[in-house]
Structures are given as C-alpha cells and as structure tokens.
Design a protein around this ligand. Structure first.
Ligand code: PLP
Length: 379
C-alpha cells in the first residue's frame, strides 16, 4: 500500500459492536468477565485497552513493523527499552542526544549500574571503538536534535548484528513518513508521538515498534509491569494525528526547504543546520535513508552573541517561543536554555551546541508568512 492509504487506514477496523468507523475511546479501567478467567481478551486496562490496541496496530503498520507498543510519553518508551538491560551492561549512544534522553541515561540509569558511552554517531569507527563485550544496546537519533547530524542506520545495524547488540533508533525527528529504521535493520524504533505522530501539540505520548516476537513480549511485559501506559483519549488523538501525517509532512518538508534556503542566503544569518543542503556532511546518507528532509533546522546569527539570539527569539509573531516540535504551528526554541538545558554547558559546547543556537520547528502555515516573520525578527 502507498503511504497515503496506509496512514489513513492503519489499524482502523470498524467497531465490532456498532460499526463506528472511528475507533471509540474505551474509557474503562476493567472488563466484565463471564466466569473467572473467561474473558474477551481484555482483563484490566493497564494490560489491554481496545483504543490503545488500534493505535499499537497502526504504529506497527506505519513503521513497517510487526508490533507496536504505546507509552505515556516518549521518555517512558525510552525507559522501557533501557529496562531490557541489567547492571554491568553498556550502551553506546550519541553525544548530541535529546536532553531528556541524556538526563534519563545519566541521572536515572547510571545509578542502576548501566554504563553509557557517548560518541559521535556520524563516525562508524568511533561507534566500533566504543563497543566492548558488555555492550548490549546502541541508541541513536537521526537526524539529531538540534544539530541535524545524520547516523547511517544500515551501517550501524550491520556493525551491531555481528556482535549481537540491539539497535534502537529514535525516529521522532524524521517520522515514519520520511524514514523507516526497521527496514534498515534496526531492532526497535522509538517515537515521541507527542511530536509529528500526534501533530497538533495536544498530547504527550511515546511509541516503540519492533519485528521480533520475543522482544515484543519482553517490552510488553515491561509496559504492563511498570505501567507507563497512555490513556484511551490520548490514544484516540494520536490515531487521528496519524491519518494526516503524510499531508502534514509533505508541507513541513516544502516549507522547511524554503525557509532553510531563505536563512542561508540572509546576510545576517551565520550557520544553518539542515540536512537537505548538499554540503551538509550527512547529506548523502540522509538522501539514501530518508524520503525528504523535514521541517526541523537550527541556525546561528553572524553576530554570534547570546543577546542578539535572545532578541530574535522574543521578536517572532507567527513562530511561538516554546519547547516541543512537530505540530502544525511553527515553533522557535533556544536549546541551550530550553530543550537542552539538562545537558551541562561544557558538554553542550564541546558537541557544537552554542549558547546562541536557535532551533525552528517549521509548521504548515503559509510559508510566505513564516519567511516574513523571520525577516522582521532578524531585523
Ligand atoms: C520530545 C522528544 C523525546 C521525548 O518525548 P516526550 O514525549 O517529550 O517524553 C525524545 N526524543 C526526541 C527526539 C524528542 O524530540
């Protein structure tokens, strides 16, 4: 099936009791049983809920996977993957991770004896060098947040397969419309469904998608045992978001491309980080593993002062100053003080995330209005 058809019909079966075309919001905590142990496959809503099931089926379909699991947030999904590990196990991961992922790794899981090695994930040699006999997981984001670095998913999975290491790809930035890591050999795909999947900035949610049945069982066990499940209303919202993912992404890509080029030719703009530029170091890999370049980008001003960046950040009128991304409306963000404030400053600077960096999540408004807004804000 082609994407447009797949995204609209994924997981949607008419409701068996009424024929309702939209999956109902099953707002229930428990299910009546005919006799002890005799039920319709639903016992208690932490373990199973029909609205969540419809969403989980949809998640699997849109990522070309066999199984989907929905969580109460993106970090809850990440947390579940880390709980596959045991004390002494090691994780090789990127040095420009989403701030919340970095915080979870360093402040929560290190305490439980899991060791993390942070490397430049664009460098396969660096990844190979960080692997030890204790390495059980490679965790990567691509494109990265906020510097838009590209990891070669197929190369990483080829390296990991030889040594029996799981690979999990945070596919939040690309969305399943632009990239399907399972097709490139990844074991698990993670999403913050809060972003492009939901698409309307009205829900917090996470997802995991995989092909292996045993891995699905382990992760389902963690989902129900630890309990970070999303409510049925939120599942309904993400299901609804998925139906328009392809049209939204097409516009995010069109607008993103125009804005990236506008910024790049602007005399007051310094560096623009967007993986669709032919001279972006990850361009060749991005072109090969992605179907478009999306609407996420970062930039600095030529006058690289924090004051100038701060002034710009509070001068936009269409772009709203806010954390998060992937919604229909355009957002502007200051990673150093907002999304990435949980990464120590020295660490941030070392990895190229300067105090004056500005990140954009380009929405699907009229691109002329977006460009005019940036033009007046840059001044
Ligand atoms: C937002 C985000 C997360 C965390 O997801 P939540 O839904 O906020 O818990 C993880 N990874 C990336 C790339 C994100 O943008």
């Amino acid at each position: 099936m082609k994407p447009a058809t797949k995204f609209i019909h994924a997981g949607a079966e008419p409701d068996p009791s009424t024929g309702a075309i939209m999956t109902p919001i099953y707002q229930t905590s428990t299910y009546v049983q005919e006799a002890p142990g005799k039920n319709k496959g639903y016992e208690y809503a932490r373990s199973q809920n029909p609205t969540r099931k419809a969403l989980e089926d949809a998640l699997a379909i849109i990522e070309n996977g066999k199984y989907g699991l929905a969580f109460s947030s993106g970090v809850a999904a990440t947390d579940a993957v880390l709980k596959l590990l045991s004390p002494g196990d090691e994780v090789v991961t990127g040095n420009d991770l989403y701030g919340g992922t970095y915080r979870l790794f360093t402040k929560v899981f290190e305490k439980f004896g899991i060791r993390f090695r942070y490397v430049d994930m664009t460098d396969i040699g660096a990844i190979a060098a960080a692997i030890t006999p204790n390495t059980k997981l490679i965790w990567t984001e691509t494109p990265t947040n906020p510097l838009m670095n590209i990891t070669d998913i197929a190369a990483v999975t080829a390296l990991a397969k030889k040594q029996n290491i799981l690979v999990c790809v945070d596919n939040t930035f690309a969305s399943p419309y632009l990239q399907n890591p399972l097709d490139a050999g990844a074991d698990i795909v993670m999403h913050s469904s809060t972003k492009y999947l939901g698409g309307h900035s009205d829900v917090i949610q996470g997802a995991l998608i995989m092909n292996d049945a045993a891995l699905r069982e382990q992760l389902y066990f963690i989902q129900k045992s630890c309990g970070a499940v999303p409510g049925p209303m939120d599942c309904f919202l993400v299901l609804r978001g998925i139906k328009t993912l392809h049209v939204r992404m097409q516009r995010h890509c069109e607008n993103g491309e125009k804005i990236a080029h506008f910024l790049r030719q602007h005399p007051k703009v310094g560096k623009v980080y967007w993986c669709g530029f032919e001279d972006h170091p990850g361009y060749t890999v991005a072109k090969q593993q992605m179907r478009g370049f999306g609407g996420m980008m970062s930039f600095t001003l030529k006058d690289d002062s924090v004051e100038k960046a701060m002034k710009l950040l509070s001068s936009t009128k269409v772009f709203s100053l806010a954390e998060s991304l992937g919604g229909v409306e355009s957002l502007i963000n200051h990673p150093a003080s907002m999304t990435h404030a949980s990464i120590p400053r020295e660490e941030r600077i070392r990895n190229g995330l300067s105090d004056s960096l500005i990140r954009l999540s380009v929405g699907i408004e009229d691109v002329d209005d977006l460009i005019a807004d940036l033009e007046q804000a840059i001044g």
